[in-house]
Design a protein around this ligand. Structure first.
Ligand SMILES: [Zn+2]
Length: 402
């Protein structure tokens, strides 16, 4: 089955080719064909978007609003290459908006001009805004589509390449065209409340992140797919593509959380952890917590919780250093208790450290700083040790470095 991807000039060529290559790289019988640049009929209205409205897909037909405020330029035609730089819109924003029928007419014109077989699918990829502000849609023939290609970074704050949401829309519309008989049937089956399924309607456009992260098809929709005899090889190709997109989306999130190379400053004197890239708030640890943290910092390979006791001597040295105590016997007892897997002390101390770090910089950014399970089965801290500075005094003043 052939799927032709045509585009308007405002959808940058480099991004178009990335989307095309990604889809062509998927194994299966859906064949994605490079199409030409097309021009829209210059028949549009202007619409002024407020931010709230910009973030929504409308179910009902939008009421016409008058033009009442200043505007920014209505077309962004930057062809900025593989890495996409995005300037978020400012509101109110005046935009050309097109009736869906104009997009579908463009698909039909392409078909006629190029003698495209009726069973082939044609997608128009365009930055042009559409009435109702949908991510994409389908015509009554169930063979012509449009997908909106602009403004994805507005909804995916961490995504600098919008090719995955665009590819997602394309394959999901292909599936919908096969799992439903009529266009109206699609609306009857969409989920008003987001389930993380391909057919979540997503009135709030940023809800689309959920379904792209799950890449899932719910049981009701799976029944519909079976009922309408969607060929299994096509379903498999689409599911594989959704999984692939999901991996990229997840990676683009985790990449930012885990790989961003931001430093950790440890002050033994102040007994603080500082995360200058994230927050001025410091995590203040007590001597036991700091000693345990220093032990784990010194073991990037990780230490299983039941093996902390093997490192008692090292732990005691840290504790001597930071506790300010002099009674060796007392310190040994504390450390022995702290390092014992069978005592509560170790898990309680770990969870206190966890809580203090999260309080300082929030859950999402704290992941690489926590003493948490590692892929090798031990516990450890993910942060690259090259970015850790440990000082006796204040690590910020540069006087005493470890
Ligand atoms: Zn569903």
């Amino acid at each position: 089955m052939k799927i032709h991807l045509i585009r308007t000039e405002d959808f940058p060529k480099a991004q178009y080719h990335e989307v095309l290559q990604f889809l062509q790289g998927q194994v299966g019988i859906l064949q994605f064909i490079e199409g030409p640049v097309v021009t829209l009929n210059p028949n549009y209205d202007y619409h002024i978007f407020e931010e709230d409205e910009f973030g929504k897909q409308e179910f009902a037909v939008r009421k016409h609003k008058g033009i009442h405020k200043g505007f920014i330029d209505d077309e962004k035609t930057s062809d900025s290459g593989v890495f996409f730089s995005y300037s978020p819109p400012s509101f109110p924003m005046r935009q050309r908006t097109y009736e869906w029928s104009h997009f579908f007419k463009t698909c039909k014109a392409y078909r006629e001009f190029n003698d495209i077989p009726e069973q082939d699918l044609v997608f128009l990829l365009t930055n042009a805004m559409n009435k109702k502000n949908w991510f994409g849609s389908i015509d009554e023939s169930m063979r012509n589509f449009f997908v909106h290609t602009a403004d994805w970074p507005f909804f995916f704050k961490m995504l600098n390449k919008p090719i995955y949401p665009i590819a997602y829309e394309i394959v999901v519309w292909i599936l919908r065209s096969m799992m439903f008989t009529h266009r109206e049937e699609i609306l009857d089956h969409v989920h008003d409340q987001p389930l993380g399924c391909i057919n979540d309607f997503c009135v709030q456009k940023d809800q689309i992140i959920l379904k792209m992260r799950t890449g899932d098809i719910c049981l009701d929709c799976m029944d519909q797919i079976v009922k309408n005899d969607v060929p299994p090889p096509i379903l498999r190709q689409i599911q594989n593509t959704l999984n692939d997109i999901r991996q990229h989306i997840l990676f683009s999130r985790t990449k930012n959380v885990y790989l961003m190379d931001s430093p950790l400053l440890v002050s033994k004197q102040q007994k603080t952890l500082q995360f200058p890239d994230y927050s001025p708030t410091k995590a203040r640890l007590n001597p036991k917590e700091l000693s345990l943290y220093l032990l784990y910092l010194n073991h990037p390979e990780g230490i299983a919780l039941n093996c902390v006791t093997d490192h008692q001597e090292e732990l005691l040295n840290y504790y001597k250093d930071v506790s300010g105590q002099v009674d060796l016997q007392r310190m040994s007892t504390t450390v022995s208790l702290l390092s014992s897997y069978n005592e509560q002390e170790l898990s309680v101390t770990l969870s206190r450290i966890r809580k203090k770090i999260k309080n300082a910089i929030g859950t999402e950014f704290s992941k690489k700083y926590l003493i948490d399970p590692l892929p090798n089965g031990t516990h450890g801290i993910l942060i690259s040790r090259e970015r850790v500075r440990i000082a006796d005094g204040d690590p910020n003043n540069g006087l005493e470095n470890f």
